[in-house]
Design a protein around this ligand. Structure first.
Ligand code: AMP
Length: 289
């Protein structure tokens, strides 16, 4: 159609650099694909922040443990590209493993254990090494030729990831602004996630309980409950009794994700984070308080 905006889909770093030649300031949204409205909200948020909106689709083997769902992770490139085009994306970078890792990625980026070995890093050892290494590489692919640096948008859904990547950008002095996007939720409150596709009909109905439990924890804090251990234990017990296998439901400081001191128990300083398995599906969610 005349005048229709054409989104470019590129697969190699060389093609990406050619597609971005002349761009001043890319606004970038890295994803693992199987896109939902949460991802598309990130793209819409990114769009006005640069002169070209770039999304990547790459299922990053480095951040999966051997027993995790790397092989079964849903890969839906054509549908993803149609949605990205409609959301205003200009360039999609969808490399194969061979394109992004032509030789084994033996240089790795080691985020600080004080942040990266907690919570997700505790239950998924090496996860943030894999995330940081891949994101640093994607950043180099997207931003290397950009005279004004750029912007990268990440979702608060992966709260700890956002903190790890903010630290990476700061400590390596990368010319990239990290922008945080609010969590997109389904009508019942379940945080949107590619992994929701794994849930059976019954599990999908139950899945909302993770966000409800975080809201109950928040209500207890709001009511003045200062016994954090009791709040956490109650939440774990409730989900366990409903058939979940929680990894953690916890109250942490927003600043460093450490357990709060009494002086921290004020609204605006805390975040409630949860990770739990329902059947074979591991879900995460969080709520700032
Ligand atoms: P993923 O494809 O799961 O690696 O996610 C790619 C980006 O989308 C990350 O920055 C996620 O935090 C973000 N994201 C995923 N789900 C949501 C959601 N429900 N709300 C907001 N951001 C999300």
């Amino acid at each position: 159609m005349p005048g229709e905006r054409r989104m470019k889909i590129v697969h190699t770093v060389t093609e990406l650099r050619a597609a971005l030649a002349g761009c001043q300031k890319p606004a970038f949204v890295p994803t693992m694909g199987n896109l939902h409205d949460g991802h598309l909200a990130l793209v819409r948020q990114a769009k006005p922040l640069g002169d070209v909106a770039v999304a990547s689709i790459f299922v990053n083997r480095l951040q999966f443990l051997p027993h995790e769902d790397f092989d079964s992770y849903p890969r839906t490139l054509d549908a993803d590209c149609a949605q990205l085009q409609a959301a205003g994306c200009d360039v999609v970078f969808a490399p194969s493993e061979q394109d992004l890792y032509p030789e084994p990625q033996s240089y790795k980026l080691q985020p600080p254990p004080a942040l990266a070995d907690l919570l997700e890093g505790h239950f998924r050892p090496g996860f943030f090494v894999g995330v940081s290494t891949a994101v640093m590489k994607l950043f180099n692919c997207v931003f290397a030729g950009a005279p004004q640096g750029g912007v990268a948008v990440f979702g608060k859904k992966d709260y700890q990831q956002l903190m790890v990547l903010r630290g990476m950008v700061r400590q390596f002095a990368l010319p990239i602004d990290i922008v945080a996007a609010d969590i997109s939720r389904a009508g019942d409150g379940l945080a949107l996630s590619s992994r929701n596709a794994y849930l059976s009909t019954g599990e999908r109905l139950e899945a909302v309980q993770l966000s409800r439990e975080l809201r109950s924890m928040s209500a207890l804090l709001q009511a003045g409950e200062h016994n954090i251990a009791a709040i956490e234990a109650r939440a774990v017990q409730t989900l366990t009794a409903r058939g979940w296998q929680p990894d953690y439901l916890t109250v942490r400081r927003r600043a460093d994700l450490l357990p709060p001191m009494p002086a921290d128990l004020h609204p605006g300083h805390l975040v409630l984070l949860g990770a739990a398995r329902l059947g074979k599906t591991r879900l995460i969610d969080n709520l700032e308080w």
